[in-house]
Design a protein around this ligand. Structure first.
Ligand SMILES: Nc1ncnc2c1ncn2[C@@H]1O[C@H](COP(=O)(O)OP(=O)(O)OP(=O)(O)O)[C@@H](O)[C@H]1O
Ligand SMILES: [Mg+2]
Length: 229
């Protein structure tokens, strides 16, 4: 699984003395949607934090052929990785439009394109982000990541805690992004939606990848064993 857009090999990371990752390997190819799965605390967010160079790690992380571990953290976003982090992060005092413009880098994703994807953001363009609903804030966070015109979009629990109608809107947006050929690494707990959108799944168990394959090959036994609560 090398030669992808993102290639992660043998990733290891600790929080102080506590081992969080003890060997995670995964890849995302051009135009591929990969779901990173596993129960709470298995290392999904930590893997993403390491890829984004937000924390120290051992192992190899290559993006578009570049060794990310040799780069300072602020360069990863510029290389073309857009992150939608766990929890909704936008700049609360700024308006919707200011939030989007602040993230902008040249490319096909501009204000108009993001507002077409999430029309409610256009309706609320002058509203401060702090006053948006949770779902609107989440679409704004996704819009901000798209405004950076990433080659790879990473979504960490983008539908978590949202009303069904908003979740559906976000899943439809993700399907649309996939149709446009965007490479996506996503963490989510909605198995049915992952089955519909992911090309491949990687399952983490206590900081290591234990299974990789197509969502159609995920058996009930495996979902019970690795994803059940
Ligand atoms: N800031 C931190 N300090 C210490 N330990 C941490 C910290 N963040 C995470 N951990 C630990 O690292 C392990 C992996 O956590 P991580 O957040 O990567 O899991 P996750 O798979 O994203 O879980 P969830 O599905 O709940 O988001 C867990 O044991 C967690 O308790
Ligand atoms: Mg997490």
């Amino acid at each position: 699984m090398s030669g992808g857009l993102l290639d992660v090999r043998g990733l290891r990371a600790n929080y102080g003395g506590a081992v969080a990752l003890r060997g995670v390997s995964l890849s995302v190819g051009e135009g591929e949607v990969v779901a990173l799965m596993g129960r709470n605390g298995m290392g999904k967010t930590t893997t993403i934090r390491c890829v984004m160079r937000l924390m120290q790690s051992e192992g190899a992380i290559r993006f578009a052929g570049v060794d990310l571990r040799r780069l300072p953290a602020h360069r990863t976003a510029r290389l073309g990785i857009g992150l939608v982090p766990e929890g909704r992060r936008c700049f609360a005092p700024l308006t919707v439009r200011e939030n989007l413009i602040a993230a902008a880098r040249a490319g096909a994703w501009d204000l108009g394109a993001v507002e077409r994807l999430f029309p409610r953001l256009a309706e609320r363009s002058q509203q401060r982000a702090a006053t948006l609903s949770g779902g609107e804030q989440q679409t704004l966070t996704i819009g901000r990541a798209l405004m950076t015109n990433p080659r790879l979009l990473i979504l960490d629990e983008a539908t978590e805690g949202l009303a069904p109608v908003v979740r559906q809107e976000i899943w439809e947006a993700i399907l649309g992004l996939k149709a446009r050929g965007l490479s996506i690494l996503l963490v989510d707990k909605s198995l049915a939606e992952i089955r519909a959108v992911a090309d491949r799944c990687v399952i983490l168990e206590r900081g290591a990848d234990v299974w990789m394959g197509r969502p159609g090959d995920l058996t009930r036994e495996m979902t019970d064993r690795y994803l059940g609560v």
